[in-house]
Ligand binder design. Structure first.
Ligand SMILES: Cc1ncc(COP(=O)(O)O)c(C=O)c1O
Length: 417
């Protein structure tokens, strides 16, 4: 399936570019901590559809997709065309632009019960803004989160696993953590809060917490408790929006007060978004006295939103169902074949990940070993081993990917037993 190399200008030695003190000019040799997979990295030089080429000329199956962003694969012609047209007319302006309205309309038509939206430049910024809106709307500071989740890198949400270096300890007093799916503890936190909770934030399929879905009853209870106690429910769909036209909250049938999005809605360009109910989002209306400011020099820039609108046009219910079904098949077969090795494959729809059976957390060295075992077999996973399917993939590509992943896990499990 993967062909011989047809690109590149030879291996790069970017990590060897050092400053006067002999240190790599990107700390650790990386531009993002999430690139770290425990050995000197390879470099991506080109992508096309589900294929990615590295700087040694190796052709790979791109199951990373820039951390689940590239749902239409690399350089999809319609998205390239939309982005190119936007760039050719000027990449960013300081007065409003029309493409922003197109993406806003596309999003609002997909998200049941939510009437208004603002764009940001990342999922991190979207979550940070949603929390600020919730705090301003309620006049409270408390934030409830499920343990070990991930909602980006702003101060409050970095505390999902407890205190975090660099986050002021003062931030901790406003954060309550609840074990995933522990309804009793969720109730206890709200009852004990003395009405100080501004919002509960939920990711319905938290990858960092083991890619175990939130129970329907837990999500429904979060919705009910937020309403009862005058707090807002924020559902973080930065990853999970890809799972249905209306996101995972649409499948659950739960309407949040605020929903955060990112990744797939930018067609491969930097983006994030906060969507919400009119009564909540009205707080951002600068025509109103005392409104809450939300800006960002590149928020809603015409390139990201034009690419995003093209990506959503291509992301029909049929295409989502097709890649979700490919994911179901892959997960079922891989789990069955990996059972004798004591591993399983979890996830939902087009997202999956291999775990030692029952494990919620995987040690970093095992995670890195699996990443390299997959890479050596021609598959690029995310550094946390998450695989994300894309619409250019068909059944034969996914079957090939699954074979390689099974072989990688078998290798790692033999090496560690
Ligand atoms: C659930 C969730 N929320 C927020 C974020 C942060 O998004 P970004 O990396 O675009 O800042 C991520 C990133 O992976 C995420 O998975």
């Amino acid at each position: 399936m993967i062909s011989e190399s047809n690109v590149v200008d030879g291996p790069h030695d970017a990590h060897a570019r050092r400053n006067a003190n002999g240190r790599p000019i990107l700390p650790g040799g990386y531009g993002r901590s999430a690139y770290h997979v425990g050995r000197t990295p390879t470099y991506a030089v080109r992508g096309e559809g589900w294929r990615l080429w590295d700087d040694s000329g190796r052709e790979l199956i791109d199951a990373n997709g820039n951390f689940t962003t590239l749902i239409h694969g690399n350089a999809h012609p319609e998205i390239v065309e939309a982005a190119g047209r936007a760039i050719s007319q000027g990449s960013a302006w300081g007065i409003p632009n029309l493409p922003e309205w197109d993406l806003a309309e596309a999003m609002i038509s997909r998200l049941r019960g939510l009437g208004q939206i603002r764009f940001t430049n990342s999922g991190t910024e979207a979550v940070m803004s949603a929390i600020r809106i919730a705090r301003a709307a309620t006049g409270r500071d408390g934030i409830v989160m499920t343990k070990d989740g991930y909602h980006g890198s702003s101060d409050t949400v970095l505390l999902t696993s407890g205190p975090s270096r660099g986050v002021p300890s003062a931030v901790e007093k406003d954060v309550s953590l609840v074990p995933l799916n522990d309804i009793d503890e969720l109730r206890r936190v709200f009852e004990a809060s003395d009405e100080t909770v501004a919002a509960i934030i939920l990711d319905l399929l938290p990858n960092k917490a083991g890619l175990v879905g939130v129970d329907q009853q837990f999500a429904a209870e979060a919705r009910a408790l937020a309403t009862k106690h005058g707090a807002l429910l924020i559902i973080d769909e930065v990853i999970s929006l890809r799972l249905s036209v209306g996101g995972l909250s649409g499948i659950y049938g739960i309407v949040p007060d605020l929903l955060t999005a990112g990744k797939v809605i930018g067609g491969g360009f930097a983006i994030g978004a906060v969507a919400g109910r009119d009564e909540v989002m009205d707080i951002l209306d600068p025509w109103k006295p005392g409104s809450l400011a939300h800006s960002g020099t590149f928020s809603g820039n015409p390139v990201s939103v034009a690419a995003g609108a093209a990506a959503l046009r291509l992301l029909t219910a049929e295409e989502i169902d097709r890649i979700n079904a490919l994911g179901d098949t892959a997960r079922e077969r891989a789990s069955k074949e990996l059972e004798p090795f004591g591993w399983e494959v979890r996830g939902r729809g087009s997202l999956f990940r291999a775990f030692p059976k029952g494990a919620r957390k995987v040690a970093a060295d095992l995670q890195q070993a699996l990443w390299w075992a997959a890479y050596d077999r021609g598959v690029v996973l995310s550094s946390a081993n998450l695989a994300a399917l894309s619409t250019p993939m068909d059944a034969s590509v996914v079957e090939d990917l699954t074979d390689r992943l099974i072989d990688a896990v078998a290798h790692v499990s033999a090496a560690t037993s």
